[in-house]
Design a protein around this ligand. Structure first.
Ligand SMILES: C[S@@+](CC[C@H](N)C(=O)[O-])C[C@H]1O[C@@H](n2cnc3c(N)ncnc32)[C@H](O)[C@@H]1O
Ligand code: SF4
Length: 472
């Protein structure tokens, strides 16, 4: 227990040096730090409007080509977790999963033929969900065989899959892992969320801590090289002490890395998670902003002191190359994305699209049967959208190259964002030189909040944010 106290004491001391109060008083933290909106893409999904796949592929050949990454969505899960806002289906029978795979295969084939390619060359892959490892071994083999036929992975630097512990257990779990390994999967991110059994049960998870440890063992037995886990902090009832214990357990697992998620209460797409209802009913059960900041700081500080660097915002790894290449290619190289499956999204040469995101899979099946990639919303980016995207994504995840920005947008960073940059420089949150703009350690602590300040004012997720552009 003394060790826990010591970590908390040290984190308080170091955090005081960041002078969070000054940033709070500047008004740039929504709800004084109570509200939180992670910046994943730009423009945000909430700004998409009705669209079908014609706009995604129209004049495809005439638009400038980027590096392409691939995303595949498997919407099935062992249970519906309280905090989750994604589109998922629980306890689905194997025959229903087969029907989904039939349509997914058809969609992949449509996708590549609409791109005019025999197979789509991809630099990194993420298969997400839902829970891709919900598939049984036969289905996993079938899915991967088809996926690797439609997507060309010869220059792929990372093939990553999301998993849930119970789906990797026993003989069947090992069989699935061996199949994944055979098809080139070498990074798995396991949804652990917490090491406390009572928290897992409140989250509606089907696994306990013993299952978590066993599933990590199974990945090692199968020879998966890059084992990552997901943990959530700021869960209702969670104390700072419990979070330190969770961090100590994660660090002692001797895995390649982990991703630390602050609990997101507001949804980001089609579906509200139950957590929003829990919050509306009993907001007092949730940790206070000061404690949330302390948990976040503890995550960073304890990781760094144990050799896990924050190589991507909220992703910690012992080796820099073990981070998510999918996120790196998306955010730093502004890659195109070919996304297949219900609720997946694509980004092809200036056009964003989102597939139908409905737990009733019939709507997805109908579009595919009509010979369409199942897009139902999207956004053709304006020049302003493009400028903001080319600044926001590298700023949040790495650093902005001024030259790349100008090559992509035809304008200079200074022409577009000098007001915001100057205010953030005066607050010690951003630094720049002749070639780059980047977040200082103090700025990285508020990477999402700062990135949001570069949004078009009409796209802001929260109304109560002081715009730094108006503070200048
Ligand atoms: C799409 S989920 C897939 C993982 C896998 N299905 C599982 O949960 O075992 C990816 C990760 O997003 C995180 N996540 C989902 N909903 C969240 C929320 N409301 N707030 C914070 N993180 C969340 C979780 O840590 C989860 O592991
Ligand atoms: S967190 Fe994972 S397992 Fe839980 S409902 Fe969401 S996608 Fe499914």
């Amino acid at each position: 227990m003394d060790e826990v106290k010591d970590w908390i004491g040290l984190a308080r001391e170091e955090l005081a040096q960041l002078d969070v109060d000054e940033i709070k008083q500047s008004g740039v933290l929504p709800g004084g730090g109570k509200q939180f909106f992670p910046v994943i893409g730009y423009p945000p999904l909430t700004m998409f409007s009705e669209m079908d796949d014609t706009a995604l592929f129209e004049n495809f050949e005439q638009r400038p080509a980027n590096k392409t990454i691939a995303y595949g969505h498997i919407p099935f899960c062992p249970s519906r977790c309280t905090f989750c806002h994604w589109i998922t289906k629980t306890k689905t029978k194997a025959e229903e999963v087969d029907v989904y795979l039939d349509h997914l295969e058809q969609e992949m084939s449509l996708y590549r033929s609409k791109m005019g390619m025999d197979s789509i060359p991809t630099s990194s892959v993420l298969i997400g969900g839902g829970t891709p490892t919900y598939l049984n071994p036969k289905q996993m083999e079938r899915f991967l065989k088809n996926f690797t036929r439609h997507f060309d992975l010869s220059d792929c630097t990372q093939f990553s899959i999301e998993a849930e512990p119970t789906t990797l257990l026993g003989k069947e779990g090992l069989e699935k892992l061996a199949i994944m390994k055979d098809y080139g999967v070498h990074r798995i991110s396991l949804g652990v969320q917490s090491f406390d059994d009572h928290v897992l049960s409140a989250m509606g998870r089907t696994h306990n801590n013993t299952d978590t440890m066993e599933s990590i063992e199974q990945m090692r037995r199968a020879g998966i090289e890059n084992v990552f886990i997901d943990l959530i902090y700021a869960y209702p009832g969670q104390t700072v002490e419990q979070w330190v214990q969770n961090m100590l357990t994660a660090i002692n697992l001797d895995i390649e890395g982990y991703q630390l998620y602050r609990l997101r209460i507001r949804p980001h797409g089609d579906r509200d998670g139950n957590i929003l209802k829990v919050h509306t009913k009993a907001p007092e059960k949730f940790p206070e902003p000061d404690d949330i900041q302390l948990m976040k700081y503890l995550g960073i500080m304890m990781s760094e002191k144990h050799g896990y660097g924050e190589h991507q915002t909220r992703i910690f790894a012992r080796k820099a190359n073990d981070i998510s290449h999918y996120l790196r290619d998306w955010a730093c190289d502004l890659a195109d994305v070919a996304g297949v499956g219900v609720s997946s999204w694509s980004n092809l040469r200036g056009v964003f699209s989102m597939n139908v995101g409905d737990a009733n899979l019939e709507n997805y099946y109908k579009l595919v049967r009509e010979g369409k990639v199942s897009v139902n919303r999207g956004k053709i980016r304006s020049a302003d959208d493009e400028r903001r995207r080319c600044f926001i994504l590298p700023l949040k995840n790495a650093r902005v190259s001024k030259q790349t920005f100008t090559e992509r947008t035809g304008e200079t960073v200074e022409q577009c964002f000098s007001t915001e940059i100057n205010v953030f420089k005066s607050l010690g949150l951003i630094e720049e030189n002749d070639s780059h703009v980047w977040l200082t350690p103090r700025g990285r602590f508020f990477a999402d909040e700062i990135s949001t300040q570069f949004f078009d004012p009409n796209y802001l997720p929260f109304p109560d944010v002081t715009r730094v552009a108006e503070m200048a």
